[in-house]
Structure formats: structure tokens, C-alpha cells
Design a protein around this ligand. Structure first.
Ligand code: GAR
Length: 204
């Protein structure tokens, strides 16, 4: 469709961020986004069930079964077949090579569960991010959506939202609060913003 951007969501796990995108789309909040594909790097990811329930096409490319090159070449083939123009990393736990991120420059976005540049980069993913935030003793954390480049969590920031750390928080409690109050809000909003910008670019 001319007025929508064909978008793939990359996942590896539970897919609550994918669900937030699906729900926002169902509410009509993502008019520029066509959810064309959900691609998982893990065969058993629950995110795949969420995609199927929403009637979105799915693909699995097992990261651990392949070399980085083989993995990315298979992924690229699928993206080309589906004519994907925007990639949203939503709990996607594999690092993409500089060659891949260069090829899709300004066309890949990621959600990270901290206020970048805190608690980010190699080794900071999932619960580990919240463990590090609590260990440091920060009183405010949050989430960031950013473009993906060759530096892990190093691309240009698109949106951020702060969330307070509360007395007695465990990593699990903090993770849930950051998801509910920040990630599930800014990831759909940033996806719509980037898609709308791509459409504007296309028309200019
Ligand atoms: C989310 O908190 C996401 O921000 C984080 O993993 C979780 C996935 O949950 N991603 C990273 O840490 C990437 N560096 P989900 O599968 O339920 O969306």
C-alpha cells in the first residue's frame, strides 16, 4: 500500500513489546505502519503465537543453528521477498553485524530497557539491565527507542521515557514497571513516527 510502510518486527522471546505494537495498530494508532512480518531468532518464542493470533505472517531463522553470515543472508532473503522497508527490534536478542545495519541504515529501530547511555551496550539485555540499574542505585530509569547502527545501543535516539525506581524493587518488578509505563508506549509511538517520516521522504 502506498501510504503504509511494510514493517517487520524481530523477536526472540515473550513478545510483550510486539503485543503492544499489535494492540496500538488495532486501535488505529499506527496508520503509517503495515505489520507484514514477525521474524523470530528462536523457534519456540511465544511472540510467534502472538503474531499468529493477530494474523501476521511469521518466519523463524534459528540464530544458534547458523553462522552470523548465514543467519543474516537468510534474513535478508526473507526481507527482500516481503519487500520490508522498516525493521523493529522488539526483544530481539541477537547482535546484527555492521554490514547488516549499514544495509538498512535508518531503517532499523530497537527498544532498550534503560535511559541510554546508562546500562546499555554489549552484555546489557533483558533482566540484566534492571539488575545493573538497581545495583548502581539509580532513582530513575526508563526506556529508549533508537536507530540501530554498528555500535550496540549506540544509534541516534528517537524517544525516551523515564520511570521511577521504588523502594524494595526487584529486577523483575522494575522490569515490569519499565515495560508498562515506558516500553509499551514509546515503541509503538516511535514505530509510527519513523514510518511516517519514511512516507514523507518517499513523497519529497
Ligand atoms: C524488553 O524489556 C526489551 O526492552 C528487552 O528485552 C525485553 C523483551 O521483552 N530488550 C533488550 O534488552 C535489548 N537489548 P518482550 O519479548 O516481552 O518484548
Amino acid at each position: 500500500m502506498l501510504n503504509q510502510v511494510k514493517t517487520a518486527v524481530f523477536v526472540s522471546g515473550g513478545g510483550t513489546n510486539l503485543q503492544a505494537i499489535i494492540d496500538a495498530s488495532a486501535r488505529g494508532e499506527l496508520p503509517s505502519v503495515k505489520l507484514s512480518l514477525v521474524l523470530s531468532s528462536k523457534a519456540g518464542a511465544y511472540a510467534l503465537e502472538r503474531a499468529k493470533a493477530a494474523g501476521i505472517e511469521t518466519a523463524v531463522v534459528e540464530r544458534k543453528a547458523l553462522s552470523q553470515e548465514e543467519f543474516e543472508s537468510r534474513v535478508e532473503q526473507i526481507l527482500a521477498e516481503e519487500k520490508i522497508e522498516l525493521i523493529v527490534l522488539a526483544g530481539f536478542m541477537s547482535i546484527l553485524s555492521p554490514a547488516f545495519t549499514k544495509k538498512y541504515e535508518n531503517r532499523i529501530i530497537n527498544v532498550h530497557p534503560s535511559l541510554i547511555p546508562s546500562f546499555c551496550g554489549k552484555g546489557f539485555y533483558g533482566l540484566k539491565v534492571h539488575e545493573a540499574a538497581l545495583a548502581y542505585g539509580v532513582k530513575v530509569t526508563g526506556a529508549t527507542v533508537h536507530f540501530v547502527n554498528e555500535i550496540p545501543d549506540g544509534g541516534k535516539i528517537i524517544m525516551q521515557k523515564a520511570v521511577e525506581v521504588e523502594e524494595g524493587d526487584t529486577p523483575e518488578i522494575l522490569q515490569k514497571r519499565v515495560m508498562e509505563r515506558a516500553e509499551w508506549k514509546i515503541l509503538p509511538a516511535a514505530t509510527q513516527k519513523v514510518a511516517a517520516d519514511i512516507l514523507k521522504e518517499r513523497l519529497s
